[in-house]
Ligand binder design. Sequence first.
Ligand code: GCU
Length: 697
Amino acid sequence: MVNAAFAVWNGTGAPPAASETEAWLRYAPRDAESAKPYAQLPSRVEVLHESLVLDSAQKELIAGMSRMLGRSVQAGSGGGNAFLLGSAPEARKRVPELKLPALKPDGYWLKVTRSRGQRLFLIIGSNDRGVLYGVFALLSKIAREQDISNIDEAEQPFARLRWVNQWDNLDGHIERGYGGPSIFFADGKVRYDLTRAGQYARLLASIGINGCTINNVNADPRVFRPDFIPQIKGIADAFRPWGVQVALAADLSAPKVLGDLDTFDPVDPKVAAWWKNKIDEIYRAIPDFGGFTIKADSEGQPGPSTYGRTHADAANMIARALKPHGGVVFYRAFVYNHHLDWRNLKNDRAKAAYDNFHPLDGEFDDNVIIQIKNGPIDFQVREPVSPLFAGLRRTNEAIELQITQEYTGQQRQLCFLVPMWKEALDFDMRINDKHTPVKALVAGRVFHRPTGGFAGVANVGMDASWLGNSLAMANLYGFGRLAWDPDLGPEKIIEEWTRLTFGNDPEVVRTIDRMQLSSWHIYENYTGPLGAGTLTNVTGNHYDPAPESSERNGWGQWHRADREGIGMDRTLATGTGFIGQYPPAVQKIYEPLASCPDRLLLFFHHVPYTHVLHSGKTVIQHIYDSHYDGAEEAAGLGEQWKTLPGRVDEARYEEILALLEYQAREAIVWRDTICNWIYQLSGIADQKGRVGRRSQP
Ligand code: GCU
């Protein structure tokens, strides 16, 4: 497996019909009119030095130009106009008069210039990966009909580490995966045919993702067996041409479980030596291995607490073995007790990440990154940001976002998550009363940390459309774009994605953008009110409405709904004190009822159903209305889609229509389940007289 894109197409002969597998890299042919502005582009590409990644960049450029513009671009040096592909030092040698902008690792510069009578289209990267990203950026612009005639554009990644996590098990099943079986594993082994792994790496590279943890965070120690490492090398080989580093989720008890030692105590020198040997062995097979993602002492996973050690002891022990090779440890902050006593009103799962990691701030090595879920609970449809982002000042951080829609409709329902992520990234923590948004914290910009970034739980599978629904791919695309540049707005991101995926017909773009941009609020409306949580089946499939499942168990996803009221009291004054984990300026927003925003009210406060919101409605009436509005809006998604037949290819049109019609029915089930439940609990009638009657689906 060398160059997977060209398992799809090798750049010669007729291009195949675009397939779902190509997602936003469809390179749909331009008609003569819209190809005209690109007539000036060179017909030759010169690569300034050889490398696997530059080879991919060149082939991608040739393929994209051929498929979109019907242009045959030849590789090789010589006179005349040319695309010039190379890293900054090589470019300087080739065109000495160039004034290169300062580029950070993985950054690129697109520039049209003239040198010695030649018209050059420069695609210069700070490194090879940057060149590849520059090629993808250029092709994206052509696909979106952007003017590139006099381009002069330098782009830098906002954060250094932009990884995806796959929760793939070795048997091929993906935890919380809704797009079919694993592209990496089957029957306890790495797949023989890794074509899809290469295609995935190509997609990831096109949005600037530079690392991928390939196995479930509930990790299987067998990945460290000597016979498994050569298999992982196969995946690394498929990723390498696209500049994506392979990484592993590590089970800290591996030295013991694999039978090599009788302990996994992180401060025991035998254990440190085991990891050092193992890591050296991995790097001998995979010199560009990225490192580990670690879930420890959480949901039954083993961890340092077995020996009374800290997370810093465990993380650093591994980080030190990785350090000489340049590897990193993403150590997850998702650590909590899932046997909490629900009777105790002071218990609060939301406090766990901060309680566990804040005291360790400053104790982690420089190549450890604490990976923090965006919210303090677990990827619910509405949560405040985790206070831990502000709680670590001498520690690297990454934000963990969930692309796979575990609690948000499992890809069977439309829920574009970029607006939600954007809110989290833009949230201002007001540390020391200064502008300190979460995005700056995770990129290490506030406290000048050496590294940091983004981890997205993707969970693509073997389905042709990767996530099981082609519209859901906007979430994977959007994750990459935000990790590259969190200042991008959801409107810009979705417009890019829609044009790349469905073409430039303005009606199609307008309609799909509107559907996607409204979908999170719609989903929230008919599933989870006012920050109470999703009310999904928490102990089961995380999908169906089952509001009672949150209560009376140790999982801590409580909404505390009773006869009088609803919501978790997390105040300092009378509640769990969770609000106290935020910087004072943020506490001041959430603690008083008067300033707490409606959308998060029930996350922070327990209030009577008759409490009047800032909107002027009572809580109970808001719950009724939002569920009825949401169900109606969900039906509206299908109606909007129905304006597009003939404008979208038939296969995708029909497939998506069926899903949207299903979603409209599910929204009614949700509406009726939640409204009837809350009506029975509260005994307060819906002012509009809808609730309690039998529904007419
Ligand atoms: C959620 C999810 C689990 C997963 C866990 C995690 O709780 O349901 O399947 O293992 O998150 O992020 O570790």
